[in-house]
Write a protein that binds this ligand. Structure first.
Ligand code: UDP
Length: 538
């Protein structure tokens, strides 16, 4: 690898001179450490100190220049998980003159993206925290192209899904430990530090119980652009007119088992008259699983990280998530949130085992596999008696782990019943028309004309033109919303209208100033912006 790094020819002396003279240059985006990504020239890293170094010189730049606020709590989050105190990034500062006394720098010629993976052994975390954020961080900055190199600083080894990370760029990603083999002082010619959080949809419960993020900013479209990229890299072609429809049962083989899987597969096949196949991460290659899921009509699986693969389902498919006894599906919704993102166009169904007879617990296993033998007797008894795990914070709640690692005998009639409430006929990818939701622009040329009749009655005739983009669109239903507000009042009268003009006479007083707000609405719920307020005096 060190050979690979030095392949690109750089003029060492020129590079060293530039570093000494120009020092480090940093310009960041983002107002807070939680939304910041920084671009550096000549950011260095001491593999001995395991610290990044910023060299000051006459030409160095540091924006934002935070002073000691840089440590409150950090310059930025190095992973995509918000404000996690083990994932902070900072650098130490030195004058460029100190380079004279330091090891000779080794220059990294590739444009670098420097970040932390959050939990590279868990597939949900791999996709949600790392792959999607890396992909879209690279989309944000044009020099982070396929020739850029990823540097993972969290300190883990490759992990079981390293091949997936390798798909994101043509260069082998480098891990923190590997940097030591490159030299004692590394200097990144050009680098970006931090990851975009714009695609993440779930928070894992570090400060409040887990749940969907408060402000989700990603839609199915961006998810599918990413999966399309991944599938191209995996050499999987989307079979447009695949003949046979089928159901995939994604099983776990180590823990959280479906005890009657054969029976389940048979029942699904019979009920939906579809071939039903079972896959697992242990028995199938990742590409094979993606190939199968990307054409499936339904994906059935125990709650767990493997369900993040519903990312690859075709539009219109159904996700069925099975929850063990005492685990409330509403409290653990990473996959529900994913399936129901706007534009994902998946149907989501949760089933929970509510029958104690159908669960197999493992109280004697180690704590991290759900064992509870280490707890005192009273607490063990309470957990065993409890019918629902109370909401809790991440990550070591014994009751949660105990219930999460149960095996389940799935009650087939109950499961089929739940699926049938949503899937009436055949499940599966509908060849849907594109029902893209486009919003109207502002209405144009709004005008009003008042007429006064006597001392107590008045009328207000308001008219406007259609939004500019409407003439290029086919829209099922176009309506207009008009608010009429008397100047100085903080209430208004709302109207929904079908035409581009209307004469208002109800509650309109003479010799009064009205503010008229107008916006267009497509298909009942696609509300456009209000046009500039119209001042109308009667
Ligand atoms: N895993 C698996 N088969 C199993 C158990 C786990 O493939 O029988 C995978 C799982 O999909 C995840 C990782 O191993 O990627 C860690 O699983 P864990 O139970 O810790 O996490 P969870 O699935 O609950 O998020």
């Amino acid at each position: 690898q060190s050979q690979e790094l030095s392949e690109a020819q750089i003029d060492y002396h020129a590079a060293l001179q530039a570093l000494v003279e120009n020092g480090t240059r940093m310009v960041c985006t983002g107002r807070m450490h939680t939304d910041r990504i920084c671009r550096f020239e000549s950011l260095c890293y001491s593999t001995e100190a395991e610290e990044f170094i910023y060299f000051h010189s006459n030409s160095s730049v540091m924006l934002p220049n935070l002073g000691s606020r840089r440590f409150q709590p950090a310059l930025l989050d190095l992973s995509s998980v918000e404000d996690h105190n083990t994932q902070y990034f900072n650098f130490v500062e030195l004058p460029a003159a100190a380079l004279k006394f330091m090891p000779k720098p080794v220059f990294v010629p590739d444009v670098a993206l420097i970040a932390n993976r959050f939990n590279p052994d868990n597939l949900m975390h791999v996709f949600h925290d790392d792959l999607l954020p890396i992909y879209y961080t690279m989309q944000q900055f044009s020099d982070l192209d396929l020739e850029a190199r990823l540097f993972f600083m969290e300190g883990w080894n490759e992990g079981v899904h390293f091949d997936l990370y390798k798909l994101l760029s043509n260069k082998q990603p480098l891990l923190r430990e590997e940097l030591k083999t490159l030299g004692r002082l590394l200097c990144f010619t050009k680098s970006y530090v931090g990851l975009s959080k714009i695609t993440t949809w779930y928070q894992y419960g570090f400060v409040q119980p887990q749940g969907p993020k408060a402000n989700i900013l990603v839609s199915g479209n961006e998810i599918r652009q990413f999966t399309k990229f991944m599938m191209q890299k995996l050499n999987i072609s989307l079979e447009e007119s695949s003949s046979e429809e089928y159901i995939v049962v994604f099983s776990r083989t180590i823990n959280r088992l479906i005890l009657n899987e054969a029976e389940l597969i048979l029942a699904l096949a019979q009920e939906f008259q579809m071939k039903t196949i079972s896959v697992s991460l242990e028995e199938h290659s990742f590409s094979d699983i993606v190939r199968l899921i990307s054409n499936a009509s339904m994906l059935v699986s125990m709650h767990g990280a493997q369900l993040v693969m519903s990312l690859f389902l075709p539009r219109g498919a159904t996700v069925v998530e099975l929850f063990p006894y005492a685990i409330n599906p509403e409290h653990y919704t990473p996959y529900k949130t994913l399936a129901t993102l706007p534009g994902m166009d998946l149907q989501y169904i949760a089933w929970q085992n509510t029958d104690r007879e159908d669960t197999v617990t493992y109280p004697d296993r180690p704590w991290d596999q759900g064992g509870i033998a280490h707890l005192d007797k009273a607490e063990q008894e309470r957990i065993i008696k409890s019918t629902e795990v109370p909401r809790h914070l991440c990550c070591r709640n014994a009751e949660w782990l105990f219930r999460a690692y149960q095996d389940t005998k799935v009650n087939i009639p109950s499961l089929i019943h739940v699926i049938r409430q949503t899937v009436k006929s055949k499940p599966g990818p509908r060849k849907q028309k594109w029902s893209g939701s486009l919003y109207p622009g502002k209405v144009r040329d709004a005008k009003c004309q008042a007429s006064v009749q006597g001392t107590s009655e008045a009328k207000l005739a308001v008219s406007w033109q259609i939004p500019w983009n409407l003439r290029y669109l086919k829209v099922r239903e176009v309506k207009y919303e008009v608010w009429i507000q008397e100047q100085g009042e903080n209430t208004y009268m709302p109207y929904i209208l079908s035409h581009q003009n209307h004469t208002f006479s109800e509650n309109i007083k003479p010799f009064t100033i009205y503010l008229v707000w107008i916006r267009c609405i497509f298909n009942k719920n696609l509300q456009g912006p209000f046009a500039d307020v119209l001042l109308c005096s009667t």
